[in-house]
Design a protein around this ligand. Structure first.
Ligand SMILES: Cc1cc2nc3c(=O)[nH]c(=O)nc-3n(C[C@H](O)[C@H](O)[C@H](O)COP(=O)(O)OP(=O)(O)OC[C@H]3O[C@@H](n4cnc5c(N)ncnc54)[C@H](O)[C@@H]3O)c2cc1C
Length: 302
């Protein structure tokens, strides 16, 4: 069984920054595993600007921000396994990994979980009706558009006006999709003012506040949704072939589920896996600090 001092799960901004900081503390063996075929986590699909203003003092795109950290990984004493999913952890400090060479067990002294977060789906809302194709999460739409160059549909409604919903609404509009509106249950936009201006106002996309979606229509493919006004209770049918949900993010801690109620002392969390960060700069600084501490602990200097 391969033994390492530190196993890092996740190769996004958090995992890479933690691994780099731990490795630079001194001679510790660091293994980083990510299920994707490339490093960067969510960043490669975020092709808009607005990354790195705090950390790099530059207005970068997501891929540019990732590229700067990936460049530091090259030559660093961090062993990287891509296309490798960490399937489970045990209290004996072992991890089961599945990768291109098959299934293996790794033993470690410390673990940093930097597995990011997952998106809340339409299933989290009391929405009735059929279950047609054409209902996607915002992150999936971003991935389809920016990494695969697939257009999800022709006429879309976005549910949720946080930054992710706003950015995806603009992206859809720029790709020629008619965005009939961004629906928000609260009385005002949930995202940053700068995003509201650049994503909705500049693209002439209406923000529909105090409203939600209560029903899906369509057999096979979505043909429309029922929109309910939360102040008056009035309902109307809105024609669309695509519903994009931007309902919030949930830290991804599934790997800890089998280990009891408390996070074991040998495991630490950082990045969106710890809590959902608004900006990547705080992810990087938090992960670096954690990585440094863990590196020193492993060297007996913590
Ligand atoms: C649409 C959108 C827009 C954003 N806009 C901005 C912005 O303008 N400015 C800004 O500063 N920030 C922005 N952010 C936030 C920022 O991008 C994130 O906070 C940050 O990149 C999260 O980094 P992370 O490493 O915690 O998670 P992630 O990047 O999600 O990385 C987690 C990694 O863990 C891997 N993983 C998970 N589970 C396993 C497993 N079991 N085995 C192996 N690998 C696993 C995943 O494959 C992934 O690569 C935006 C985020 C989104 C989604």
């Amino acid at each position: 069984m391969e033994k390492v001092d530190l196993l890092v799960v996740g190769g996004g901004a958090a995992g890479m920054s933690a691994a780099l900081a731990a490795a630079s503390a001194g001679p510790v063996s660091v293994l980083l595993a990510d299920r994707e075929t490339r490093l960067g986590g969510i960043l490669p699909q975020c092709i808009h600007h607005g990354f790195g203003l705090g950390y790099f003092r530059r207005d970068l795109t997501g891929p540019e921000y990732a590229g700067r950290i990936i460049a530091q990984m090259e030559g660093a004493a961090v062993s990287v396994r891509l296309n490798t999913t960490v399937l489970s952890l045990s209290q004996r400090r072992t991890a089961e990994l599945s990768g291109p060479t098959g299934y293996e067990t790794i033993s470690f002294r410390r673990l940093i979980l930097a597995a990011g977060c997952r998106e809340r789906t339409i299933g989290s809302l009391p929405v009735t009706g059929t279950r047609p194709a054409g209902v996607y999460t915002a992150g999936l739409v971003q991935r389809m558009l920016n990494l695969r160059h697939w257009k999800p549909g022709r006429r879309a409604l976005v549910l949720g006006s946080g930054d992710l919903g706003l950015i995806v609404a603009r992206r859809l509009a720029l790709e020629g999709c008619q965005v009939v509106g961004v629906v928000e249950q609260k009385g005002s936009c949930g995202g940053m003012v700068r995003n509201y201006r650049s994503c909705l106002m500049e693209q002439n996309i209406p923000l529909i506040t105090k409203a939600t979606v209560t029903r899906l229509h369509g057999e096979g493919r979505l043909t429309g949704v029922t929109l309910r006004r939360l102040d008056s209770g009035k309902e109307e049918r809105v024609a669309c072939d695509t519903l994009v949900t931007a309902l919030g993010l949930i830290p991804e801690r599934e790997l800890l589920a089998g280990l009891g109620d408390k996070v074991p002392g040998w495991a630490s969390l950082c990045g969106n896996c710890d809590y959902v960060h608004d900006i990547v700069d705080t992810v990087t600084t938090q992960a670096e600090e954690l990585g440094r501490q863990v590196g020193l602990e492993l060297l007996g200097r913590g």
